[in-house]
Design a protein around this ligand. Structure first.
Ligand code: T4K
Length: 378
């Protein structure tokens, strides 16, 4: 087994050249404007709109993805007492935490064994008169069944809000995945393919929503003398927006490198019956998908095997992650809040491992990590 001299982490943030960032800092110093809808943020937002092919009025930037979720849930009235929201337990805790923090009750549906995303069929079985919204997650950037969820939301007149934290840069039939649902949240955390140190982006179908979102993230103050609701402080600052701009300069390169790493893993792992690298199919649910290769998840046959590979790779100085284990519904705040644990989500959580992938990762290192995994499997 290859023991790496320096730790191979599951991810590392992309860092632009210091010169590029310093140029931007000089502009910020000149502006003497650090936060509260500053000029760098406004330019970043315009560039994002162009990248996504959306009008400016359908975008809003936030300090992080979690607060972006909380605010869009509030804006859509999910803070109404008794509101239930159907979502997946196979996700990062932030998805459900944001629901609970606005007072909604998450109800956990099951996932598709191929994409590990929640399915519309499983969600439909849980709809009651208390259901107000559906919150599917594009897990690892794999698109959910977008048409299926669209039909479900229309049939029951529910809000459809995608947690697209992992899906920045994903396209569907050549257009951004942001086009789907009532709203989508993209996380710009440093561990993401694309980042602004910390950050979050909401995209939404109706431009009218923008004013409300902008107010809610600024204490719900609408003028010097008016405050109409209970808002919070969730504004992105200028230094974060600058990092976002620097990353946007190289978005195609970031995706291209992740694809090379994914292909290096595929080269070694594909065809081995003991491990399954989740495929990046070019067509999903009848749509042509442009993947962002944000994560490299693999599935093993059992919990025991996954745990062994995870522990032994650590001994080789390779720090994979069990995204997402434990299953969210097993965490203390969510225990006993719903009935049966969705079995396919349970299996995914028990058997999954996300392999290292980031901009500086040499594909030869990825191949060596994969060969180590095969050696552990025996
Ligand atoms: N919805 C979903 C589906 C999400 O996955 C997330 C976030 C959200 C919502 C919420 O979005 P945000 O509010 O975060 O914008 C990380 C991230 O903190 C979190 O953003 C992300 N999902 C989640 C999947 O992963 P941890 O606890 O695993 O991060 P940590 O600190 O262990 O770092 C991971 C690896 O990256 C480590 O090996 C260290 C390395 N690292 C990390 C940072 C921050 C670096 O090398 N440099 C760094 O600066 O949660």
């Amino acid at each position: 087994m290859k023991i790496f001299d320096t730790p191979i982490l599951v991810t590392r943030p992309y860092l632009p050249s210091l010169e590029r960032y310093k140029e931007g800092l000089a502009e910020i110093w000149q502006n003497q404007w650090l936060t509260n809808n500053g000029p760098v943020l406004q330019r970043f937002q315009k560039r994002l709109a162009e990248t996504l092919g959306l009008p400016d009025e359908r975008l809003s930037l936030f300090v992080n993805g979690t607060l972006a979720l909380e605010i869009v849930f509030q804006a859509f009235g999910l803070d109404t007492p008794g509101a239930e929201v159907i979502t997946t337990p196979f996700t990062f805790v932030a998805t459900s935490h944001a629901l609970r923090r606005v007072g909604a009750t998450p109800v956990f549906a099951d996932v598709d064994p191929e994409t590990l995303c929640m399915t519309p069929e499983s969600a439909e079985r849980l709809i009651t008169e208390r259901t107000k919204a559906i919150v599917p997650v594009h897990v690892y950037g794999h698109p959910c069944d977008l048409d299926g969820f669209g039909r479900l939301a229309r049939k029951y007149d529910l809000r459809l809000i995608y947690d697209a934290a992992h899906a920045f840069g994903v396209t569907v039939d050549g257009r951004s995945i942001a086009e789907y649902g009532d709203a989508s949240m993209f996380s710009f955390h440093s561990t993401k393919l694309f980042h602004s140190i910390e950050g979050g982006l909401l995209t939404f179908r109706k431009p009218e929503l923008r004013t409300r979102l902008e107010q809610l993230k600024n204490f719900a103050i609408s003028s010097e003398t008016t405050c109409e609701a209970i808002g919070t402080n969730a504004k992105m600052n200028e230094l974060a927006a600058l990092m976002g701009e620097c990353c946007l300069d190289v978005l195609p390169e970031l995706i291209a490198h992740r694809k090379i790493v994914y292909e290096a893993y595929a080269e070694v792992l594909e065809g081995n019956p003991k491990v399954r690298l989740l495929p990046k199919s070019s067509t999903m649910f009848g749509h042509v998908i442009g993947h962002n290769y944000a994560y490299c998840p693999v599935l093993f046959d059992s919990f025991e095997v996954r745990e062994r590979v995870y522990a032994e790779l650590k001994r080789a100085n390779v720090f994979t992650r069990r995204y997402f284990y434990p299953l969210l519904s097993d965490f203390e705040p969510y225990r006993n809040t719903h009935g049966r644990t969705p079995p396919r989500a349970r299996r995914a959580s028990d058997c999954v491992l996300t392999l290292p992938t980031y901009h500086g990762l040499d594909p030869a290192e990825a191949r060596a990590v994969a060969l180590n995994a095969l050696e552990i499997l025996g």
